[in-house]
Design a binder for this molecule. Sequence first.
Ligand code: LLP
Length: 417
Amino acid sequence: MNNFKYLNQELFAENVSVTQLAKQFGTPLYIYSKNYIEQQWLAFDQALAGRKHLVCYAMKANSNLAVLNILAKLGAGFDIVSQGELERVLAAGGDAGKVVFSGVAKTEAEIARALEVGVRCFNVESIPELYRINEVAKRLNKKAPVSLRINPDVDAKTHPYISTGMKENKFGISYEIALEVYKEASRLSHLSVEGIDCHIGSQLTELTPFLDAADRVLALVDSLEKEGIHIHHLDFGGGLGVCYNDEVPPTPAEFVKAILKKVENYPHLEILFEPGRAIVANAGLLVTHIEYLKHHEDNHFAIVDAGMNDLIRPALYESWMKIIPVSQKTNQAQSYVYNVVGPVCESSDFLGKQRELAVEAGDYLAVCSAGAYGFGMASNYNSRPKPAEIMVDGNKAYVIRQREKYTDLWAGEQLIG
Ligand code: LLP
């Protein structure tokens, strides 16, 4: 259950009225539930009890320092893909020793910084990257812990833009050559081979692709053993889907249980996961204000103050995200099937299409499940300041990021003379 509920026809985030937050802090406004974030991370962690494990939150889903700090306090690890993300983890009080570093384009500087602070493992995505990490480690007189990200060539059956584990994707090292690459890695003087990593895509709503990938990973463990290469952990990545509309994905507990069953004959291996969306998507809302209603013959538009720069998922992936009124008290308004569109000058600037709503100009709407890949993908397109972010904890609300000011828009810019 998520923590956004109607009480007397008014939407609440935990125990705080969403209307009140929108009036106090303005819109567009991201609102998160602390309790939900904790509950979701703990669902993974507790399902793994009894087995050596680490749940590394994939912070690209939502990298606000307050979110990271809440998870760090629970003992979370972090999956990062850039030095910027690493610096955020450190700034939020996270433990570098629980960080796994994924990403296809790690620079020398990023590798050096990660070695300096002592990350838990590099998830290596190519052969040249393996050599580069070895060289940087040699220069710094360190041994770099590495895992190879294997591309198991399974179809995650999700949107092609968020599918990563097929041959045509740029991610990982192809399964066919994995054994050879492991042999090479174990020959390199400044690497320590720690594990196998695999992440096949995002918003997966079925277990089968995960289990197929796990089979391939375990077959590789066996081949490595035969070669005398003993690894210490298996990282199954992230990707567990959430309910945006009527999807019924496995719960974190069901998902973990199914994977644990697969690995029961490998009790010595520590199990890592990198969930992002499953932890934060349904912890968040984007609240927006209806500026105008526009009726054009058969087309009805609810023109709102949040656009694709604030939440790009509908524009980029045609993602369907639920849109609900913040107050149900205006239910007596005439109902129309609306396209909910933003202020940005692009036809793809919509938050939802064909939504039946009984609303009036001046009402607030909430876009649900916006806690993942919402603010983190926001931009300043059309010179629009990024929204504020609020964390609700019980009956308290904290500003965890100020709304950007107009002067922030050109900070760092300079005239030429
Ligand atoms: N690990 C790696 C290596 C990843 O690339 C990702 C996501 C994750 C973990 C976390 O996956 P999750 O548990 O969140 O599914 N912007 C897109 C999603 C892109 C996901 C990219 N990688 C969206 O809004 O749907």
